[in-house]
Design a protein around this ligand. Structure first.
Ligand code: NAD
Length: 243
């Protein structure tokens, strides 16, 4: 089916990869919504707006007759402003849902995070999607990503809207603005002198192109029949590495 795609956060690391994969497979109706503009493609419509403002996002969805939304926007994981996480990841996500329901959008895919099931200290080994959310989240980022995810999954079925959530692990690859720059900062600040634990911890990572491709597959396959609607999925490269 031909879709009118909207990528929210489409000027970010993951969002841009999603946009590029959609262009590559010949999609002709792609719109980006982001609070900043970093890319200026002729073939893509760009809305600069704030998803915490309902009118901004709703107007974009309505005007462009959007049928499929991929919502990747969030403040960066290392952000210090707890209020901003609640505002964007929870209130902003509510705005996206309400605008989708009002405008009759058919599909909504949300970029969640594997961290929604992590409490900060319990080991997670061979974890799958049956794992519960922890009673206490490790930090506000995780808590607000989990709250946003729950809202998205609960919205499944409203006015015909199908939803699902993808949970990537730490994302790496070309144009990364968080992981590797963060490691370099740690090195530059000489913060590598101490080791906590036995250095045998393992952690999953997700290559950015795989992550973006998972979003496109999710839109393509989102249906009640194949039991993807209303579900969350971990997205990982499959082989944990020492961390
Ligand atoms: P990013 O910061 O590169 O991209 C996020 C984009 O969202 C940015 O372009 C930003 O301008 C936009 N944005 C932020 N607030 C907005 C607002 N109020 N209105 C409109 N746009 C807004 O981040 P990323 O690494 O591409 O992450 C994408 C998604 O993946 C996020 O939801 C994040 O929680 C999730 N995630 C990321 C990682 C990772 O390692 N990078 C891991 C797991 C999950």
């Amino acid at each position: 089916m031909v879709e009118n795609y909207l990528i929210i956060g489409g000027d970010g690391f993951v969002g841009r990869w999603v946009v590029e994969l959609l262009i590559k497979r010949g999609e002709t109706s792609i719109t980006v919504f982001d609070i900043v503009q970093r890319y200026f493609d002729k073939e893509i419509k760009h809305y600069q707006g704030d998803l915490t403002n309902y009118d901004d996002i709703s107007e974009c969805i309505e005007k462009e007759n959007i049928t499929a939304v991929i919502h990747t926007a969030s403040p960066p994981h290392d952000g210090k402003f707890e209020e901003l996480f609640w505002k964007v990841n929870v209130e902003g996500t509510k705005n996206v849902i309400e605008a989708c329901v009002k405008c009759g959008v058919k599909k909504l895919v949300y970029t969640s995070s594997s961290s929604v099931v992590y409490d900060g200290y319990s080991e997670l080994i061979n974890t799958d999607e049956t794992a519960p959310y922890p009673e206490k989240h490790m930090n506000v980022y995780n808590e607000t990503k989990a709250t946003g995810e729950k809202l998205i999954l609960e919205a499944n079925g409203r006015n015909g809207l199908l939803t699902c959530a993808l949970r990537p692990c730490g994302i790496f690859g070309p144009n990364d603005r968080q992981a590797i720059p963060g490691f370099i900062k740690v090195m530059e600040q000489g913060q590598t002198k101490f080791q906590i634990g036995n250095n045998e911890n393992l952690v999953d990572w997700t290559y950015v192109e795989n992550c973006a491709y998972a979003h496109i597959l999710a839109v393509d396959k989102l249906s009640v029949e194949n039991q993807t609607a209303g579900e969350a999925f971990f997205i990982t490269n499959g082989t944990p590495v020492p961390f």
